[in-house]
Design a protein around this ligand. Structure first.
Ligand code: ZN
Length: 401
């Protein structure tokens, strides 16, 4: 069995704010600093890149596709790993607050790029503690005295091996042994998912690494839950740039592919439980098909029949069975999607994906589609899960993919 550690999924970070950007305040929000260990800060390239980075960070103009300091040739917007930083900066520009950017290095790397590494820190109120909020790598090029920044993955796409299988371009970490048969299964899954969503197959980049630590090296962000732990499970989808990041040591990751379709067809119009539910129903989770997770939930409910399952917020966690593999959201979200499909086919899912993002919207949708009242939600889920046929341990193994 795969190591029992959690999946992390960043599906669609809330970027609604991105379309309303204001002029920066007169007081700098970003306290800019070059770390004392840096010894090449007098070099021309260092000065040019550093000055441009400072201007970019203070521009409060990040997500539009026409910031002159960002390069958009390959990807539509800055990659998903940068977005928590950029959104945090936006909040500070609007609501106040300061963050310190310490440049830890600017060095030439391959293909005429420069690596720029920055650490973002913030003083915690009323204590002497300083938090490290972000450790970020961006890549830069200087062309005719003009500096432009690039997504980390664009750099690695150029310097690491790429393998194209159908419409999927794999960008392969050098320690990863690529499995063509898994890639071919991924291609078939992509075609199948496209059919279900009544779309042409999406072509996308698929970043593949043995674990989340290697994956972190290939993104521009080096401080998230599993940046430094070799966890061979988990990944995320950048649905704006059509990139799957897989730290699960596999060329097959249908769950994340489903997110590319849900977000391409109905971006940010449905509740996250619908998006996760349909992704888990079609593509499983943590390396197992959904039937495996439903059986885990069934066994748990037999042991703990009184477990409270009424509040969605309380259910944003793993089933407390000691395995850290089955997220309630995925198991429950998927059975709800299954029930909708039984009644209305995929059309019902398309409607659910457009039914609004709030919890109230989710329960209105359940009432309308499945005639389930909010107060009966937990009871309904338990009843449906307990109706499922038990699965033996031997058969359970077959659900690993
Ligand atoms: Zn997901």
């Amino acid at each position: 069995m795969k190591k029992a550690l959690p999946i992390f999924t960043i599906v669609a970070l809330s970027i609604q704010l991105m379309y309303c950007q204001d002029a920066p305040p007169s007081e700098p929000t970003v306290l800019y600093h070059i770390n004392d260990n840096v010894k090449n800060s007098a070099e021309d390239y260092f000065v040019q890149i550093s000055d441009t980075w400072r201007t970019y960070l203070n521009s409060n103009y990040f997500f539009r596709r026409d910031n002159e300091h960002w390069n958009y040739d390959e990807y539509a917007i800055p990659e998903i790993g940068y977005q928590p930083l950029l959104m945090d900066l936006r909040r500070k520009f609007h609501y106040g607050g300061k963050i310190q950017c310490s440049v830890a290095g600017i060095v030439p790397v391959e293909n005429n790029y420069y690596l720029l590494k920055s650490i973002f820190t913030e003083r915690v109120d009323s204590t002497d503690m300083v938090n490290i909020n972000f450790i970020i790598s961006v890549y830069a090029k200087i062309d005719n005295e003009k500096v432009q920044f690039y997504n980390g993955i664009q750099y690695f796409k150029e310097i690491y091996e790429n393998r194209k299988v159908g419409g999927i371009n794999y960008i392969i970490h050098p320690d990863h042994e690529f499995d063509v048969s898994a890639a071919s299964r991924m291609g078939s899954a992509n075609t199948e998912i496209a059919k279900q969503f009544e779309m042409s197959p999406i072509e996308f980049d698929y970043v593949i690494a043995n674990d989340t630590r290697d994956l972190s090296e290939m993104t521009g962000v080096h401080l998230f839950e599993y940046s430094y732990q070799p966890v061979a499970s988990g990944g995320f989808a950048d649905t704006y740039n059509n990139i799957i990041y897989a730290g699960n040591n596999s060329a097959y990751y249908p769950h994340e592919a489903v997110h590319l379709y849900t977000n391409s067809k109905f971006r940010m119009q449905g509740h996250p439980w619908v998006d996760e539910g349909i992704a888990a129903l079609i593509g499983g989770s943590t390396g197992y098909d959904i039937e495996w997770h439903w059986e885990k939930l069934r066994r748990f409910l037999i042991k703990s029949p009184d477990y409270k399952m009424d509040n969605l917020t309380d259910l944003q966690t793993y089933i407390p069975n000691g395995e850290f593999m089955t997220d309630f959201r995925y198991a429950i979200g998927a059975i709800i999607c299954q029930k909708i499909i039984e009644k209305e086919g995929m059309q019902g899912i398309f409607e659910a994906l457009q039914a609004g993002r709030s919890e109230d919207n989710y329960f209105e949708m359940l009432k309308q589609k499945l005639n389930v009242e909010r107060e009966d939600f937990g009871k309904y889920v338990k009843t449906e899960i307990l109706k499922l046929q038990p699965i033996s341990d031997e058969v359970m193994e077959a659900f690993e993919y």
